[in-house]
Write a protein that binds this ligand. Sequence first.
Ligand SMILES: Cc1cc2nc3c(=O)[nH]c(=O)nc-3n(C[C@H](O)[C@H](O)[C@H](O)COP(=O)(O)OP(=O)(O)OC[C@H]3O[C@@H](n4cnc5c(N)ncnc54)[C@H](O)[C@@H]3O)c2cc1C
Length: 416
Amino acid sequence: MDFTYSEKTELLRAQLSNFMDTYVVPRIGQWNTEVHAGQYPVSFMEDLKSLAKEEGLWNLFLPHLRADEPGTQLSNLEYAPLAEIMGRVPWSSEVFNCNAPDTGNMEVLHMFATEAQREQWLVPLMNGDIRSAFAMTEPDVASSDATNIETSIRREGDDYVINGRKWFITNANHPNCKFFILMGKTDPEADTHRQQSMVLVPMDTAGVEVERNITTINHHSPEGHAEILFRNVRVPVSNLIGKEGDGFMIAQARLGPGRIHHCMRAIGMSEVCLELMVARSQERKTFGKYLHKHGAIGEWIARSRIEIEQARLLVLKSASLIDQVGARGARKEISMIKVIAPTLLTTIADRAMQVFGAMGVSPDTPLADFYTGGRVLRLADGPDEVHLQTIARLEIKESQDNLLKAANYLTPPNRA
Ligand SMILES: Cc1cc2nc3c(=O)[nH]c(=O)nc-3n(C[C@H](O)[C@H](O)[C@H](O)COP(=O)(O)OP(=O)(O)OC[C@H]3O[C@@H](n4cnc5c(N)ncnc54)[C@H](O)[C@@H]3O)c2cc1C
């Protein structure tokens, strides 16, 4: 397997890195200052979006773009290294219209929207004029098992009436968030995986109440992880995505490429942690030696490099598999990277914080935010344990043909 970046990928990487160095990195301080002062979206976001669009650095994540749609047509393997570069400054993905959960929602609408839904929701989303959210998780049920979802979507004439409570709904506090893709149950009596449906719910519909923005490990995300009450929310039946009962299938289709994006962004953050660790360890001395000359810290640097390279190769393999056989065929690899990348990030951020001493846990470095980002990613898009269960299940299934061969390696004693 050869994951050497193609010439096209190298050109885009250089262009994107240059854009980041010229326009994004110099504004990290300003972003922090404005957001802490309650200004969101930040004053320069629309300018940066325009620049990115002009440069063709727009909607880089969608392999199946139509010719008349804005953006590039990169494969998952081509996009993955670009997601890594964006991950270095987590808020930057929005500059290129490549931020979750809008990316996943665009993929869903791209695959399943009617022409009218396309015009009303997908086109403005692809143009970056609006933002969106994906509302599945509920506080009252274990939502890592999507069949538990209880929000009701009841048909009444030409409308659906929605009742339920959702939480951790990313982006819902963004002032430009205009709609949700909401998952609920249209038929609680149907087969387990046909009870769910997805509907489009405009943010300003009567009965949608955004109650709070939930902090994560006390970290405030301005775009929000919102708790939302849907009380007798009425939308026309034309807002259904696909058919009634398709919700579970659509949820599955939505999640493959998004996990590549999350994991590559985590690798980008891990690289920044390592770069900071390496720089700091060459500036500070204790007991007569630079920090990197102390064995423990040299080992953290070395291990971090090894672990980043391992993780990146596995993510690139998963991206390549999705391109070749689709997300379903790449299920095991996708679950593997979803377990590895967040833990990689928390481990390397933790080492870097330690090397920085007290400054490492202050707001003067991005390390604490990166650590939080890695830790919450062990839950978002499926907890580690669910992915480990998937890997084990597939491993057991694939082993069936080899059980007899495996037995040949056993040499038990002959017992009388
Ligand atoms: C930062 C962040 C952003 C999020 N954004 C969104 C969003 O935009 N939209 C949305 O709908 N949701 C979002 N979520 C919610 C996320 O998808 C859920 O938290 C996740 O699916 C787990 O569901 P739960 O919290 O109900 O945990 P539960 O389902 O209650 O699971 C709790 C724990 O049980 C254990 N567990 C579960 N299954 C197994 C198993 N098979 N084997 C062993 N142990 C198991 C795991 O340790 C798991 O963490 C977000 C979450 C976070 C933290």
